[in-house]
Write a protein that binds this ligand. Structure first.
Ligand code: SF4
Ligand code: SF4
Length: 126
């Protein structure tokens, strides 16, 4: 099941544009105006999930969807899974990354793949 990491509740958006100012990419956020309001939408195909807009949206219009619990449930169910390891794993856990991957194997991982840098940047940025 695909789930966007950054979701929007447009009912809470007040059109303050802080998310637009904070976003490192120009083309991700776009404003929709009507007679009564200004709402900022998000193009999830272009979003790199850096999380910057979450920090400045004081109206809870931007929401982080955390699927950690769903992943843990899947692992607990005993089904096989594949680990996509970001390149940063080795630098962030310089001493322990082999043990981390070994632990995933023990939990049922039937494959461990190195994630391409471009994909890793999208997910590490959160
Ligand atoms: S920061 Fe939040 S409330 Fe302000 S425009 Fe962006 S989504 Fe809307
Ligand atoms: S998560 Fe980052 S890239 Fe995506 S809309 Fe927010 S600030 Fe922009």
């Amino acid at each position: 099941m695909h789930q966007e990491m950054i979701d929007i509740n447009l009912d809470k958006c007040v059109g303050c544009n802080r998310c637009i100012r904070e976003c490192p990419l120009e083309e991700v956020n776009y404003v929709c105006l009507d007679a009564l309001s200004s709402k900022v939408h998000l193009d999830s195909e272009k979003c790199i999930h850096c999380g910057s807009c979450l920090k400045v949206c004081y109206h809870a219009s931007r929401i982080f969807r955390d699927d950690t619990e769903a992943v843990l449930q899947h692992i607990r169910s005993g089904e096989k899974f594949t680990v996509l390891a970001a390149p940063a794993l080795r630098t962030n856990f310089a001493d322990n990354w082999p043990r981390i991957l070994a632990a995933f194997r023990q939990l049922g991982a039937d494959g461990i793949r190195s994630m391409p840098c471009q994909v890793a940047q999208r997910t590490d940025a959160q």
